[in-house]
Design a protein. Sequence first.
Length: 246
Amino acid sequence: APESIFLLSQSGWSVERLMLCCVARIGDVDNARSAAGPTPEILPDNSAFRELARLMRRLQLSGDLLVQVMNDDEDKAARVVVTWHTGSEDGEALARLFKEHSAAAEFTVEDGLYSAELATRSTRKGDSPLRGRSVLGMMATLSHAVDIPPEHSDLVIPLNGPARAPTPCTPVGVWTHVIGDYFGVSWSREKPATASVAVPYRGVWFYIDDTCKSAKSTLDLIGHLYALQAGLSDTGKRDTLLLIGG
């Protein structure tokens, strides 16, 4: 269930990484849902979502973000409630984002605390609840962060937009505006000596550099989720699979 995403934030995972990897949307704030399938013809804009995730991470680092998954009624969907103090620059900016984009099913301020309830199920026509990505959707999205050699350029769908030069730890081209710096895959003619993980494919090596801490953390997260899903599948508990979006 999508609410399971936020349980991981209570065990040390960055709420920003969890949201950017695992959440497709919160309310009407979209996280490049079209990137989770075949390469889209138009570059998706997830700038508002990335800012939402960034602000939540900054509050998490300062100890001012409380994320609770509440299940008051077993007959109803669990509720994700995010709480933080009023007054700080990041806290006020996050509150404005929630209000401007109607990202919360319920938004309140009481006793110096903001509280945003994220709906995980639709209750009426036209609702846009919190939606998670499947593990396959996560991997499809991250695949856009793979740099490729020049001879492979004719095999990809070109997208218009301001591009940037590749670095070992960030996506190449326009996808850096969607994926940011939390994942990047480089390539090399020879087996790289500084690779954390390297895979040969079509005559070149694709790898994550050992210096790319953010990319390695994202890869660890995907591996963790994949292993967890596989373990649950083996037990037959398909109704409890983590992050099967929707």
